[in-house]
Each structure stands twice: as structure tokens, then as C-alpha cells.
Design a protein around this ligand. Sequence first.
Ligand code: HEC
Length: 186
Amino acid sequence: MKHTASALAIATTAGFAITVMSFMEAGAADPQVERGKYLTSFSGCFDCHTPGYFFGKPDMERYLGGSEVGFEMPGLGVFVGPNLTPDKETGLGDWTEEEIVTALQKGVRPDGRTLAPIMPWKSFANLTDYDARAIAKFLKSLPPLKNKVPGPFGPTEKPTVFIMKVVPPEEPVQPKQDKLKTHAPQ
Ligand code: HEC
């Protein structure tokens, strides 16, 4: 009896170890996910979609879990970088890879709304299909995190977040016409 119990324990431990190993291998074996991780590390997603980033202390525990700073777009409103982790209620859990690729490259959400231009989708339109899909796959591989960012706020609404905004100068700035003329073709 004792023998059987310890044999069972060994078998269970071995089974668990094999499961963990194959899970790790599966994660490391997908080069497209690795590529997506690399691409998101320098294309600004981290900055605009991770809490704490704009205060100099990005919260790596909540990597890409949604910002707390909104961007004010004149005439459009205030937009906060949403949660990009695969949480079903507050993140991209219900989005397909295809829908993420469309948002990245065409700026259109599954509900048809066009994303504010502070989300640089016009630049991301230049991503190759492989790279856009790599980013989508990487986002889907993140641990899901529950965090619903506030907004978007319309132009007349009162935002409840920190805001980055473009403020016009007090005196209107005249373009340097003379200088421009010297460079204009004759
Ligand atoms: C300069 C800031 C900025 C950068 C850089 C940026 N985003 Fe965004 N992103 C935003 C904002 C703000 C929104 C919300 C816009 C809106 O609601 O209209 C957004 C929206 C999105 C959405 C739609 C999510 C939703 O719930 O509607 C996705 C997906 C997304 N971004 C992915 C990315 C990825 C991936 C990268 C990097 C490759 C990236 N973003 C880079 C600011 C940014």
C-alpha cells in the first residue's frame, strides 16, 4: 500500500514536471510570439498602455494593463491607452487576432469605432502581415489583468484622468516665410 502511494506520488510529480516542461517549451517554441514581444518593446505600446510609465515608474506587474493618463485631442476628446491584456471584460480577451490586427493597421475596433489618431495606427499600417499578427499573438499570450481604463471622454465631458494635451501658444506664431522662400524652387 505504502509502495503504491509513493509510486503514485512519483508518477504524479513526473507527470506535472513533464506538463510544465512542455508548456514552457510550447511558449518558447513560437518564434512569432517572441517577435511580437520584441516589436511591442520599442514601438511605444509599452509607454502608452502601461500604468506608471508617464510618471517615470512603469508598473511591470501590470505590463500593457492600461494607462492612467489620457491624451487630449482637440475637438475629439480625451483617450486613455486601454488594457491590452486578454482579460475578457476589461481587455482584449474577446477580440480575435484578426480584430487586433485590424485595430493596429486600420484603426478600427470590432464595434466599428475609429481609434483616435494618438494611437499611431497610421504608422502601424506599415507593419508586415507577419509582424502585425506577431503583436496580436503576443498580446494574447500575456497574463490577463483586470483593469478598465476610464473614457473615452467626449470633447465636452469632464475627464477623470491625468491629461496630456497640446496647448496653443499665447501669441500666434508666424511661420518663417522668408526662410521658406529662400528654399522654395525658383
Ligand atoms: C502614443 C500613445 C500610443 C502608442 C504608442 C500606442 N497606443 Fe494603442 N492606443 C492608444 C490610445 C490612447 C488608444 C485609445 C484610442 C481610442 O479609444 O480611440 C489606443 C488603442 C489601442 C487599441 C484598441 C484597444 C481598445 O480597447 O479599443 C489597441 C489594440 C492598441 N492600442 C494596441 C497598441 C499596440 C499593440 C501598440 C504598439 C505596437 C500601441 N497600441 C501603441 C495609445 C497608444
